[in-house]
Design a protein around this ligand. Sequence first.
Ligand SMILES: *Cc1c(COP(=O)(O)O)cnc(C)c1O
Length: 439
Amino acid sequence: MGIYSSNQQKIAADLSDYHVNQSKWTDWHWQLRNSINRVDTFEKLLGIELEDVERRKIGLTLRKFPLSITPYYLSLIDADDFRNDPIFRQAFPDPKELEIEKCDMSDPLAEDRDSPAPGITHRYPDRVLFHVSNVCSMYCRHCTRKRKVGDTDSIPDRNQIRAGLDYIRGATEVRDVLLSGGDPLMLSDQYLDWILTELRQIKHVQVIRIGSRMPVVLPYRITDDLVDMLKKHHPLWLNTHFNHPRELTSSSKQALRKLADAGIPLGNQTVLLAGVNDCVRIVKSLVHKLVENRVRPYYLYQCDLSEGLSHFRTPVGKGIEIMEGLIGHTSGFSVPTYVVDAPGGGGKIPLTPNYLISLSTNKVVLRNYEGVITTYAEPESYKAKFCDRQCRICDLQLNLEGADDNYNATGIEQLLCDYDETISLTPAGNERMERRDDS
Ligand SMILES: *Cc1c(COP(=O)(O)O)cnc(C)c1O
């Protein structure tokens, strides 16, 4: 679809009394001002008509989970087959959103509980999520933070942001800050510039990342002024959120080009969604289009257990099947990591098909993507190294500046290492252990 196609011109004209030219259509403020949040407007612009019963059901759904879509994203819907359209399904409410299943939770990732300061989710040792925006340019029906959509459509003020910055300043282990939200690119260039400048002054913050769906749903947000500002704050990475190859339009490609030309490494996080992209061929076409546009597929997410998403969920087996269809069949850098974000806040858990068939002390038996079974002979000469963490006298040289001397293994890594006596990890409340403690 070309920039400002005839379909888009028609939508623009239907939205306004006055003549809308291309420069208005590509003005992101115009797009936001004209975002569609009523079902009747949606119907009118698409030239479709819903049955009264359905419209009533959708009205009920909207009371819990509101509707908002940019004219640009709406213009990508194929009105002739809108019910099966992947853009429509991501944007238009479905009464099934009100069906709550037993396993559903409002905050499955415990983001609110793992929040030590306003707007901060600190889950992993060396990185934090920093929610700098409560607003989005559109409401994705599959939002994992659906509990918050439309709640307080506001941008945190400087004092709230300062509280988050203070936390990061005090947490010297944090070397990677992810700006998230909402969509951080809903902030003005000036406000975002201020936040990035503040973060850049924190010595231990090495990398800043932005998570934004703007390249997909409002690519006109990626202006020359924005990228000129962003590139002052390198090293800066950006992850976006394409779910279907149809979302890669000439406008979105242009946005990606601007970001990549500004030296910003681009990644993509896709959510596996029933009825949208639960198909090997669709995902493969998507990742190919992404790398063609200099975007590295980063994660393929299993759909979270958030309330209102049950109709979007696939079995985990679908994700493994898709990975089976990608690994080996296409370029390694086109293959995302498939992850389940652990309910309860355990973080992302990567899943791949099994390639390790068996092993002895001398050989490993493996299979490849074609089903060929092969052996790899283990080295005879390798001497097991016992690591006592005397890095200063080790012949592997870690005399790097900034090497972390206080490093201690945790989790499974702790069980594997030689310098820690721990031989097992036991869940809290283990009955057998409690009997021991009593004796
Ligand atoms: C996903 C996520 C991160 C970043 O994880 P990476 O695997 O480093 O991309 C950080 N914090 C939270 C809370 C997250 O959900």
